[in-house]
Design a protein around this ligand. Structure first.
Ligand SMILES: Cc1ncc(COP(=O)(O)O)c(C=O)c1O
Ligand SMILES: N[C@@H](CCCC[NH3+])C(=O)O
Length: 437
């Protein structure tokens, strides 16, 4: 991919700017590898989705799929922007509690929620639990019976819509581990159980078709499917279906080859389909919920690295290695995900050669960008990987016993650490000597 096609904001010195801060100043202050978020950009994305719904004049919820990047600070930002969140584990839920996030605005997802996770969700009275399977339905029912509590639930169905994206991030195909199957009648059987259970308050139907989706077609198909199902169920069981939740999956631009749609395009196509179908089916218009993860935080994230060693062999594409890699961004190794990078000191510098931007981890597959047209770079220069804000830090590991980077939020020229850089001592904090005498 080419750097020329990337337009990033620069200051008068020609340096990359993130959230009004000079990227080189950020490196000076916080070192590398460093994860930086332009928080205004996050806010703008949330507002763009909300605005798109406002224009359609429907009741809606934008719920941030926090698996994309789950920290107390981002939960605070989402709350300021009136977004709900969805969590998929006790850990994310605990983080949201610590952040003071309103529990009524939390949806709890997951295909194997444990007893203790469900107990925590019930104790905290999260807004809604998205039921994924019969075992969970039984487990939750037993907890509620014992505690004599009630909770709102939605039913996640497998929509059998195959999103045009990487196989590993497809979730809506018929043979998926997520959700209740429709053709076999299992989803309907689950609904009956829910409606018969006085501890469960049925809020609606959920489905998610996949991630990094760049066209509206899948969402329109999903809208047809969920409205039809809602109409059938309402007629058969006389139950209101207050909410249709269409999940997330809205794609973003990683490279010049990606052409994502603006939130307004996705939302108007989705809402228009729901409105038309509801009218045809004589179904009252439900609340429309979405769960964007990647699209809210992805574009706003930057991974800053320092160039270390290079390997240049005549006839072979050079390896230029940075001080991070698959430990802070597993996506290239895991999904062959593509990224764009720029030189922080001069994002507009013309390309001089095609390199492989390699990571520092002991894996041949630890290549962040396998074909990057780039200026000739030297040790000590700073490279910024763009659009790393979703599923980057969130999927970070301590592979090779490398501490995870710090995370900084930059907004209006001010920068603040929101996750400290791990130290070697942090890595050893949970280790215990082996007492084998
Ligand atoms: C149920 C559900 N909702 C929302 C998301 C968020 O997806 P994305 O980050 O692509 O918007 C996912 C992940 O794919 C998901 O499984
Ligand atoms: N982790 C994936 C997305 C997972 C979506 C979860 N349902 C990615 O980086 O693209």
């Amino acid at each position: 991919m080419t750097t020329e096609s990337v337009v990033e904001s620069v200051n008068t010195a020609g340096h990359l700017m993130i959230g009004g801060c000079d990227a080189l100043d950020l490196v000076q202050e916080f070192q590398t590898p460093l994860v930086v978020y332009d928080i205004e950009q996050v806010r703008q994305q949330v507002r763009a989705f909300r605005q798109a719904f406002e224009e359609q004049q429907v009741n809606y919820v934008v719920s941030y799929a926090s698996k994309a990047f789950a920290t107390q600070a981002i939960y605070q930002v989402m709350n300021q922007e009136k977004a709900h969140i969805d969590v998929v584990s006790g850990g994310e839920l605990y983080t949201a509690i610590q952040a003071g996030f309103p529990m009524a605005h939390v949806s709890f997802h997951g295909n194997n929620k444990s007893r203790s996770e469900l107990e925590l969700a019930v104790q905290e009275q999260v807004g809604v639990i998205i039921l994924d399977n019969f075992d969970e339905l039984d487990l939750l029912s037993s907890i509620l019976e014992r505690t004599e509590q009630k909770i709102a639930v939605m039913l996640r169905i497998t929509p059998d819509i195959t999103a045009h994206t990487h196989e590993y991030i497809q979730t809506g195909q018929a043979d998926s581990k997520f959700g209740f199957d429709l053709p076999s009648g299992q989803a309907e059987a689950a609904l009956k159980q829910i409606l018969e259970n006085p501890h469960l308050d049925f809020r609606g139907i959920h489905a998610h078709i996949g991630s990094q989706i760049l066209a509206v077609t899948g969402f329109e198909l999903l809208a047809h499917k969920l409205v039809e199902l809602a109409a059938q169920w309402q007629q058969k069981f006389q139950c209101p279906i207050p909410v249709l939740n269409f999940g997330g999956g809205f794609g973003i631009r990683y490279t010049a080859e990606d052409h994502p749609l603006a939130p307004a395009k996705f939302i108007s196509a989705l809402v228009q389909t729901v409105k038309t179908d509801c009218q045809q089916q004589q179904l009252p218009l439900p609340e429309i919920w979405i769960e964007p993860g990647r699209s809210l935080v992805g574009p706003a994230g930057y991974n800053l690295y320092t160039v270390g060693s290079s390997k240049r062999v005549p006839g072979l594409k050079p390896y230029v290695t940075v001080d991070g890699g698959m430990g802070d961004n597993i996506r290239p190794a895991l999904y062959q995900a593509e990224y764009t990078a720029v030189l922080a000191a001069n994002p507009q510098a013309p390309a001089e050669e095609t390199i492989r931007l390699a990571g520092r981890y002991c894996e041949s597959g630890d290549i962040l960008i396998s074909e990057l047209e780039f200026p000739r770079v030297h040790q000590g220069q700073i490279v910024a990987l763009l659009a790393t804000g979703a599923y980057g830090y969130a999927m970070a590991s301590n592979y090779n016993r490398v501490p995870r980077p710090a995370v900084v939020f930059a907004e209006q020229g001010k920068a603040q650490v929101v996750v400290e850089r791990e130290s070697y001592a942090d890595l050893n904090r949970l280790d215990r000597a082996y007492q084998n005498k």
